[in-house]
Design a protein around this ligand. Structure first.
Ligand code: AMP
Length: 278
């Protein structure tokens, strides 16, 4: 894994390394992480690896978009210093047999996405741990788009004492509010319209002044009426991801997930419950 030496020589020259882990099919959401790393003056290492261990559904893995040439061009144009595409052999030599070593962030990884995608966050935490180990001390950039992933990674870094500063970056959206995602490429024009209901649901919840349970219902209603098959619509504690009660008045996070045209989509938004009633 040649980027181990690349990152070490950058540190030897007194530079900080900025790691941007992705699964490729790059879009402006990914590139916003690169821009943030460049803004911080980091030597940017962007990894592109479709990690099979974080897909619980093999059909989802088979359909995951790939665009290696376009990715390399976009990475170069955005000023990535090392565009790295680790091979399956390098990352998971035993695959498809299970690896003997797995990183599991229990509780945080079991809720929400973890409920319908068993083992998903074990796959995420294990691959991110390996990327961190190979890269060495660095800043690592993750999108708030995958909020639960960000919380899981932060917790893993803290529990396992990785020498990594995790930087959470704001979600990049299309003008209609839809969070940019590699999966959007699989949606028809009609599907894209339905998909905007996720961000509309979150905005409705953010702007309403009802208690947590009322905001959950509101989000479900907005998504359902757009024809989305709702997986969850929750308002949770920002760190523990436990559901907030109707008595809670602090800042929480609303997270939604739903299926449109067979494509699973997620989004989230900060929620201020301090002015809740009713
Ligand atoms: P992925 O390739 O989907 O695994 O995403 C790689 C990284 O890009 C993760 O840290 C994501 O949270 C982040 N990311 C994906 N979509 C967006 C977006 N719309 N805005 C900001 N970050 C994003």
């Amino acid at each position: 894994m040649a980027w181990r030496q690349f990152a070490q020589s950058a540190r030897d020259q007194g530079r900080r390394v900025g790691l941007v882990p992705t699964m490729g099919a790059l879009h402006d959401g990914h590139l916003s992480l690169v821009r943030r790393a460049r803004h911080n003056g980091d030597v940017v290492v962007l990894t592109s690896f479709v990690n099979p261990r974080q897909f619980s559904d093999p059909r989802d893995l088979a359909k995951y978009p790939h665009a290696p040439e376009a990715d390399a061009a976009l990475a170069a144009a955005t000023g990535v210093d090392a565009f790295v595409t680790p091979t399956l052999r390098e990352m998971w030599p035993d695959y498809p047999a299970p690896t003997l070593t797995t990183v599991s962030v229990t509780e945080l990884g079991d809720r929400l996405e973890g409920e319908t995608r068993p083992g998903h966050f074990d796959g995420v935490a294990s691959v991110v741990a390996k990327l961190f180990t190979v890269t060495g001390p660095c800043r690592a950039y993750f999108g708030q788009k995958d909020y639960q992933q960000l919380v899981v990674v932060r917790r893993m870094v803290s529990d396992l004492a990785f020498d990594v500063e995790v930087v959470g970056c704001v979600t990049q959206r299309a003008v209609d509010g839809l969070a940019l995602s590699s999966r959007n490429a699989r949606l028809s024009a009609q599907g894209l319209t339905a998909a905007t209901s996720l961000s509309r649901a979150l905005h409705a919840a953010r702007d309403s002044h009802v208690v947590a349970s009322g905001r959950r219902t509101l989000m479900r209603d907005v998504m359902r009426s757009a024809g989305v098959d709702v997986a969850y619509a929750d308002v949770v504690d920002v760190l523990t991801l436990q559901p907030l009660s109707d008595e809670d008045r602090g800042v929480g996070r609303a997270l939604v997930a739903g299926v449109v045209e067979g494509v699973r989509l997620i989004d989230n938004e900060e929620i201020d419950l301090s002015v809740s009633g009713g």
